[in-house]
Write a protein that binds this ligand. Structure first.
Ligand code: URP
Ligand code: ZN
Ligand code: ZN
Length: 459
């Protein structure tokens, strides 16, 4: 099968140029202008549109047991929604079962995704217990299983929390095997004390989720894990960075020469604490950790994206329907933590391009090329170069779209950006050469997504 995307404007992290792009079966075969490509089976006219590498979302939680329930999207619905939004690869978090091994957790996640995903996917591994077996398994995951990154938490005591010594042991291990530790950095034990105090005073509303997780405690935990990585002499990636205080720690670490990397998410750029004040129980829609921050904080994050102190935008897609959120009616600490976003990342961050906060090239870098490089996918994904997988999105910069639960494809009954009109939307989405979304219609197939064995960080 040969498909020619004609007359488009190709965008990479460094270049914006008019060219045609030829897809042959699963791969990008050629890029050129005024070239005779020979006979093709299908042509797509991309005049007036951008042609970009498919989005790569390196932070999703499909089918994840959490907070007394399970996230609403499974690998089928979640990857389908991703494709509708122009994302063609996800990296989801497999979880070491309580008292179990990393390999058992990996097997569970393969079972969840295999035969279901509509786009390609990889896994990180969440480590909740750093014992001898886990340290040995880390080597195997990196060297044989293509799982080259691990997430650990200084948050959620009793669920995912690990102590500093465990984090340090795991960091040292990545010094041997080349893997990358990703940290959820909030001081969970202290947050739990503040939560107890608030509950003792009778505070129940969703806003207290945020008020009991001060930004300073994200800054403190970020400082600590960056110091551990510095002493261990290994790189570190901070996930879902929300607070200016944490960004400052990343910046200082980078200035000291630490290989510190971090992502933020659209919710921290486009929503803020005022959302928790919405009437009734509506504030629960935004209960996630770290929480939304005070208005003005987002300006620091945009600056971080501009100056490369933040290298990626991911989504932390972890949706729960309102009836699940209601588990925490009357007790904010029981509201399942997480919000949807896998479908809306490119739309929202393109608003950053339109408002002049980031360039078109930076948009591609943050959403595709940089995550590919940091998470061992570059060359295959995150680029329009010949030989790469033909994960390609045709993006209409003028197309208007309203974000809404009425029209989105995520299996969740609310949209955090309900009613927001955005400008710029995908018209064609190719996953490994196959057209999976065209003009709002899904043409992909359950099970077509393949597991990606990832290489080491290329940064
Ligand atoms: O609230 C969140 N972020 N839920 C998902 C789990 C995590 O910490 O990433
Ligand atoms: Zn987290
Ligand atoms: Zn997460």
């Amino acid at each position: 099968m040969r498909t020619l995307i004609e007359n488009g404007t190709l965008v990479s992290p460094t270049d914006t140029f008019e060219a045609d792009l030829l897809i042959e079966n699963e791969k990008i075969a050629a890029v050129g202008r005024g070239v005779a490509f020979g006979p093709v089976d299908k042509k797509v006219d991309a005049r007036g549109k951008y042609v970009i590498p498919g989005g790569i979302d390196v932070h999703t939680h499909m089918d994840m047991p959490f907070g007394g329930t399970t996230s609403a999207d499974d690998f089928e619905s979640g990857t389908r929604a991703a494709a509708f939004g122009g994302t063609t690869t996800i990296v989801d978090f497999a979880i070491q079962p309580q008292g179990g091994t990393l390999k058992a957790g990996l097997a569970q996640w393969h079972e969840k995704a295999d035969g279901k995903a509509v786009i390609d996917y990889g896994f990180h591994m969440i480590i909740r217990e750093v014992n001898k077996q886990a340290l040995a398994d880390m080597d195997d995951l990196v060297k044989r299983e293509g799982v080259t990154s691990f997430k650990m938490f200084t948050a959620y005591p009793g669920v995912f929390f690990v102590d500093d010594a465990s984090i340090f042991r795991a960091l040292r291990k990545t010094g041997d095997n080349g893997g990358l530790i990703c940290m959820h950095a909030e001081n969970g034990p202290v947050i739990d004390v503040i939560i107890e105090e608030a509950k003792a005073r009778g505070e129940t509303a969703p806003a207290w989720h945020a008020l009991t997780r001060p930004p300073r405690l994200e800054g403190e935990a970020s400082h600590r894990v960056l110091a551990l990585a510095e002493v261990a002499k290994v790189p570190l990636y901070i996930v879902h960075l929300s607070a200016a205080e944490a960004l400052e720690q990343v910046r200082q670490a980078r200035d000291r020469g630490v290989r510190a990397y971090a992502e933020t998410c659209p919710q921290y750029l486009f929503l803020d604490h005022r959302n928790y004040e919405e009437p009734g129980f509506s504030g629960s829609k935004y209960v996630m950790s770290p929480p939304l921050r005070m208005p003005g904080n987002e300006q620091h994050l945009w600056r971080g994206l501009q100056l490369d102190d933040l290298q990626c935008v991911s989504t932390d897609h972890c949706p729960f329907c309102m009836k699940e959120k209601e588990l925490g009616k009357g007790d904010f600490s029981k509201i399942p933590n997480g919000a949807p976003g896998v479908e809306t990342r490119l739309y929202l961050t393109f608003e950053g391009v339109r408002s002049g906060k980031i360039s078109l090239n930076r948009w591609v870098q943050l959403n595709s090329a940089a995550p590919a490089k940091l998470f061992g996918l570059f060359g295959r994904k995150g680029t329009l170069a010949p030989g790469a997988d033909a994960d390609v999105v045709v993006w209409d910069p003028e197309k208007r779209h309203t974000l809404s639960a009425k029209t989105h494809h995520m299996k969740v009954d609310y949209n955090p950006y309900e009613g927001r009109e955005v400008v710029g939307a995908p018209t064609h989405v190719f996953s490994r050469g196959k057209l999976v979304v065209e003009g709002g219609n899904f043409l992909g197939k359950k099970g077509d997504g393949r597991f990606l064995k990832r290489a080491l960080t290329l940064a």
